[in-house]
Design a protein around this ligand. Structure first.
Ligand SMILES: C[S@@+](CC[C@H](N)C(=O)[O-])C[C@H]1O[C@@H](n2cnc3c(N)ncnc32)[C@H](O)[C@@H]1O
Length: 325
């Protein structure tokens, strides 16, 4: 299997080579990681590009480890300059990220994962699937060990969505399937539950946990669900919506597969502020799940928000599929 670092640097080299001559500046990461990453990136450029099309690949590190005064903040952006920012433990909320055209999750230097590429450099479709899968695949096996005691919260959330006996219930971005037993109990033997997820490793973990006994597990992208129009009574989406490249397009697709009057439950077993703090961030004003942002986003996608709770120990937004006029 190719090294992950190689997959990432080869992709960046492929995207950046045609744009040369170019200076690529890498910043962020922990303990000299930027310089090491820059060296690997330089190696990934084809020899011809190394000889004349790429001026330099520099590894810089901000005075405070990139946290508040990243090198990227003092350099001027320019058409022939690309900023690459590594998110690491000491740079998780790094300000340098704001001006980077490429952001890489670098918490595990053995497993870097691309989290953002400016659309002018590469269409998201070229990297989104592979990198999302890479991000979640390494987390799949330990997911339930890490978060397993949240199960009662999932049962409570399913109760809020109130699936009807006989319904088709979807858990989109089901991960290891923590909501599936509660969904299956609610729809009963006459109903059906589908757990859909992009990451095969997550569905394998769901199967290993025996959740294939209560639901069908399907590899699928939330942006193009293999489900007919208006088929579902309830759609459950825990920890999914803010991961989608276009939340509005994702919510529209969830609306397509839901019957009029059907429910969508957006859930997380941790409140938004607590979750941001866990990731070393503060909540910003422009977050998708902020009530002021989510309400019109849902309305534009065919949903009416009926309940919104953002507490220390959970987040939930319940919406109803708007009936056709
Ligand atoms: C934060 S995890 C939550 C997993 C699970 N719902 C839970 O609450 O334990 C997000 C899940 O969404 C999946 N995912 C991310 N983007 C997706 C997409 N476009 N389509 C389907 N699943 C996606 C990931 O593979 C991952 O399993």
């Amino acid at each position: 299997m190719p090294e992950r670092i190689h997959e990432v640097t080869a992709f960046l080299a492929e995207v950046l080579t045609p744009r040369a001559p170019l200076t690529v500046i890498v910043d962020g990461g922990d303990h000299g990681a930027a310089a090491r990453f820059a060296a690997r990136l330089a190696e990934a450029f084809p020899p011809s590009a190394r000889a004349w099309t790429v001026d330099a690949v520099l590894g810089l590190s901000g005075p405070s480890g990139g946290r508040s005064d990243s090198a990227l903040n003092v350099l001027e952006p320019a058409a022939d300059r690309v900023f690459v920012y590594l998110r690491g433990r000491s740079t998780a909320n790094g300000e340098g990220e704001r001006r980077a055209q490429v952001v890489i999750d670098h918490h595990d230097p053995q497993w870097p994962v691309i989290r953002h590429v400016h659309p002018r450099l590469a269409d998201r479709e070229r990297w989104y699937l592979a990198e999302s899968r890479a991000f979640f695949a390494v987390r799949a096996a330990g997911w339930d060990r890490k978060f397993g005691d949240d199960l009662p919260a999932y049962a409570m959330a399913v109760e809020t969505a109130a699936p009807r006996p006989g319904d088709l219930a979807l858990d989109v971005g089901c991960g290891t399937g923590r909501a599936l037993p509660a969904l299956a109990a609610a729809v009963g033997p006459g109903g059906r539950v589908l757990g859909l997820d992009l990451t095969p490793a997550m569905l394998r973990a769901a199967r290993d946990a025996g959740r294939d006994e209560v639901a069908d597990l399907v590899i699928a992208d939330a942006r193009r669900l293999p489900v007919p129009d208006a088929a579902a009574g309830v759609v459950f989406a825990a920890g999914l919506v803010h991961h989608l490249p276009s939340p509005s397009a994702g919510l529209t697709e969830l609306a397509r597969v839901t019957r009029p009057g059907g429910k969508l439950l957006i859930f997380h077993p941790t409140g938004r502020a607590a979750l941001a703090a866990r990731h070393g961030r503060k909540l910003g004003p422009d977050e998708t799940l902020d009530r002021e942002i989510l309400t019109p986003l849902l309305a534009g996608a065919g949903w009416h928000l009926t309940r919104y709770e953002d507490q220390e120990d959970h987040f939930l937004a319940l919406a109803e599929r708007i009936r056709a006029q």
